[in-house]
Design a protein around this ligand. Structure first.
Ligand SMILES: O=C(O)CCC(=O)C(=O)O
Length: 161
């Protein structure tokens, strides 16, 4: 387990663990991952993020950085997927996104925010370069999310566990 500040824990699993590997092969997910990352990709990381009652909002962050210091917008090298195991509603701190900030040019614009409020079992997919954060959990219950990170076959994330 990796501590993500007070009351927020990441449970790191092997991507080969059967329930997670099965989820990654779900018929809804497979064509989307293929369309975004091409045929040569793999499930790089899998696990859970559990935000417990009282967790503060995370700091805004990207999961992985832009690969090159160039002005050109490059296609995604990875894709992050969250599957909430409970309803995400404003009181338990759904993940919050700054729309379109996966493109460097948009980082200087006035942010537009979106909250991933959704029912359990939803698929929330995002480019890991987008600015996002887990919201504060002001409810009495824990808020577990399964995460899956798919990457192009040549990419390794060496910054995260
Ligand atoms: O808890 C969340 O909603 C987001 C978690 C996250 O972005 C992270 O742990 O890097």
């Amino acid at each position: 387990m990796q501590n993500r500040r007070a009351h927020r824990w990441e449970h790191v699993h092997s991507p080969d663990d059967p329930p997670l590997a099965e989820l990654a092969a779900h018929e809804t997910l497979v064509p989307v991952v293929r369309a975004l990352l091409g045929p040569k990709h793999y499930l790089e990381k899998a696990g859970l993020v559990v935000s417990h009652s009282g967790a503060d909002a995370q700091r805004w962050h990207m999961d992985t950085p832009h690969l090159f210091a160039c002005g050109t917008h490059l296609p995604p090298h990875s894709l992050s997927v969250f599957v909430p195991l409970c309803e995400l509603h404003p009181a338990n701190g759904p993940t919050e996104y700054q729309l379109a900030t996966h493109m460097k040019a948009n980082l200087v614009l006035k942010p537009r925010y979106a909250l991933a409020s959704c029912p359990p079992g939803s698929l929330v997919m995002y480019d890991p370069r987008i600015m996002h954060r887990g919201g504060p959990n002001q409810s009495d219950a824990e808020r577990p999310l399964v995460y899956l990170t798919f990457s192009r076959i040549w990419y390794r994330d060496t910054l995260n566990p």
